[in-house]
Design a protein around this ligand. Structure first.
Ligand code: SAM
Length: 498
């Protein structure tokens, strides 16, 4: 079962660890590959399959295996596999030869082309329909576990993608965007990718273009983070997407998830398309409500009517990027410094500062050069930008209260988001109510439906619906400490807001 997969990273004998990371080489284990291959619905007589970033061919092999096992077998399978790493060429050839033998036994004509080249450089001219590229290859199916790597804005890859009308900052979305352009109408895609594209602000152009061209059929999430690739410094959850190149959207999408535990049980449900991607959402976030509790969290959140701006509030990312301000950082407060707040200063519902024996500096010099990085004393709601892997909650909110920490200015480090009113603090009751609301289970459950990684972006917080200001203040007056035990906090939030 697919859930039984603990770690996707498979040892490679050939390239070194750095090169493997550079090439995004995380191979798909067979149970996951078989699951992906099982998603294709079309009954093509002639399969023309694209496997971009083929590795050792696990995904192509899974498709061939599935088609050979079908009662009504297709007449032919033609595979085009792109793999840039020459050291994998032999294994890839061997896998495809094995597919050929299996197809022969099943009475299916088989052909395979291995292209030892960069998929982006090869595919861009095809989608631009450049002269000399003819005839243009047409694929009716694509299966992919694309490499994951940030692409710099001045890199050749980025420029190439841009020339094909694709604006994206990660290789994986670049691959998927090109693949969708190479599919014929009705062609299907099965892909395993990080979940970051579902909500990340940088992925908006990709997300909107993808959702315009493709119609989602199924999304499969891995519940446990240990079942996810650790493809980046930020531990990401992964998602399997099955979509067809059709402008019309189906009424519903299958949302499934597997636990990652030894039983590998898969939970499956049908969710209305508009509950996965709301036609009214300008961000076009993709929501994965995996169970009834998540449905009800979503329904509860959608009943809230205020946008953050309606409350007169803004949320920003902490302005102090510590490695850029290194010369101004001080371990302990001095006469010319301001408090510098990191997530390590969170202690229940309030910031406790300074922290003794902290690995992070407690203070930043306050002078003309750092003035822009600091905000005036006040009450601010802080939210961690990164939750630790073992943390139960994604959204962890806490109050900075300058009645407890006496300083005219304060610096919030870049690993924090802070809520403010035009750069100033909030009234205490509003701040307490807001922090309590953000710390509630219902917000966390809703948030997880569109955010599948450990990062909480200011855009994500901006996109939430909020209770009216009077409601938040009412809650704030009843909450002494927004870091209350969860059950107590949830009961208060429910009573006051929902
Ligand atoms: C995440 S791995 C997946 C491999 C295989 N499809 C699987 O699922 O086991 C991505 C593969 O893409 C290859 N790759 C990376 N950049 C590439 C590029 N620009 N063009 C073609 N292949 C690339 C890597 O060498 C790696 O084998």
């Amino acid at each position: 079962m697919i859930g039984a997969v603990k770690q996707f990273e498979v040892e490679f004998v050939t390239p070194g660890r750095d090169r493997r990371h550079e090439l995004g080489q995380f191979l798909t284990p067979q149970p996951v590959a078989d699951f992906m291959a099982s998603l294709f619905e079309s009954r093509w007589q002639e399969w023309n399959l694209l496997d971009a970033g083929a590795g050792t061919g696990a995904l192509s092999a899974a498709v061939a295996r599935r088609l050979c096992a079908m009662r009504h077998k297709p007449g032919s399978i033609s595979i085009t596999a792109y793999e840039v790493d020459e050291t994998l060429r032999e294994s890839l050839h061997l896998t495809l030869q094995g597919c050929g033998r299996e197809c022969e036994r099943a009475g299916i004509r088989f052909s395979a082309t291995v292209l030892n080249e960069d998929f982006i450089s090869a595919a861009v001219p095809m989608v631009r329909s450049d002269l000399f590229i003819s005839p243009q290859p047409r694929f009716n199916a694509a299966i992919v576990n694309p490499p994951y790597r940030k692409i710099r804005s001045d890199s050749l890859t980025r420029l190439l993608l841009r020339s094909a009308g694709i604006e994206t900052s990660n290789l994986y979305t670049g691959f998927v965007a090109l693949i969708t352009k190479l599919l014929v109408a009705g062609g299907e895609l099965a892909a395993i990718t990080p979940r970051s594209f579902c909500n990340g602000p940088y992925f908006k152009p990709f997300r909107t273009a993808f959702l315009e061209t493709m119609s989602l059929r199924r999304l499969h999430a891995f519940e446990s983070r240990s079942a996810a690739f650790s493809r980046d410094d930020v531990l990401q959850e992964n998602v399997i997407i099955h979509a067809a190149k059709e402008p019309a959207k189906p009424a519903s999408v299958i949302i499934s998830s597997s636990s990652g535990g030894p039983t590998g049980a898969v939970i499956e449900r049908e969710v209305a398309y508009c509950d996965v991607v709301s036609p009214n959402d300008p961000e076009q976030f993709i929501h994965l409500a995996e169970d009834g509790a998540q449905d009800s969290a979503r329904a509860t959140m959608l009943r809230l009517s205020a946008a953050l701006a309606d409350l007169g509030l803004s949320v920003s990312t902490g302005r102090v990027v510590d490695f850029r301000a290194r010369k101004f950082l001080r371990q302990n407060p001095e006469s010319d410094t301001a408090p510098l707040i990191y997530p390590c200063h969170f202690n229940g519902g309030f910031v406790h500062w300074p922290k003794e024996k902290s690995r992070k500096p407690n203070a930043i010099v306050s002078n003309d050069q750092t003035r822009e990085l600091l905000v005036p004393a006040g009450v601010y709601v802080l939210v961690k930008r990164f939750s630790a892997k073992e943390e139960r909650k994604r959204i962890v909110a806490c109050l900075y209260d300058s009645r407890q920490i006496h300083a005219p200015l304060v610096g919030f480090e870049n690993h924090l988001n802070y809520f403010h009113i035009n750069g100033h603090g909030l009234p205490m009751a509003l701040a307490k109510g807001l922090a309590a609301f953000l710390n509630s289970t219902v917000v966390d459950a809703y948030f997880r439906q569109f955010n599948g990684h450990t990062q909480v972006n200011a855009t994500d917080l901006r996109s939430l619906n909020y209770p009216a200001k009077t409601k938040l203040k009412g809650l704030g007056r009843r909450v002494d400490d927004p870091g209350l035990p969860q059950a107590e906090l949830d009961a208060l939030v429910k009573d006051e807001l929902f």
